[in-house]
Ligand binder design. Structure first.
Ligand SMILES: [Zn+2]
Length: 120
């Protein structure tokens, strides 16, 4: 991967991170605004499951941000775009769609098949 390509993916990742951070901030504020509004127990129950869902989403977003940071670190070390498992180039097309991908499409497919079998 040349320096122009690295800069390109770095920009994509930084934009993604920015959007996620803003989304988390919005969620925090929305939850603070809603925190004491409902007196009705049914409304409260709904609200609590909404909050649980939001917390799960935020957890996922935080993990994704961490992954983005790690990915940017790999770009800096010129280690970006190679499959963690087999070492082949992941491919620019795949990275355009999934800039945080750490596995090539073959390893990813195998990985998902394995996960499905474990789930059964
Ligand atoms: Zn691979």
């Amino acid at each position: 991967m040349n320096s122009g390509q690295r800069a390109h993916f770095r920009r994509i990742l930084e934009t993604l991170k920015q959007e996620l951070s803003e989304d988390i901030d919005r969620t925090v504020h929305a939850m603070q605004d809603e925190a004491t509004l409902f007196a009705d127990p049914n409304d409260r129950a709904t609200q609590e499951s909404d909050i649980a869902l939001e917390l799960r989403n935020r957890d996922r977003e935080r993990k994704l941000i961490k992954k983005i940071d790690e990915t940017i670190g790999r770009i800096d070390k010129d280690d970006y775009g190679y499959c963690e498992n087999c070492g082949v180039e992941i491919g620019l097309k795949r990275l355009e769609v999934r800039p945080t991908a750490t596995l090539c499409i073959d390893c990813k497919t195998l990985d998902e098949l394995r996960e499905k079998q474990v789930a059964k």
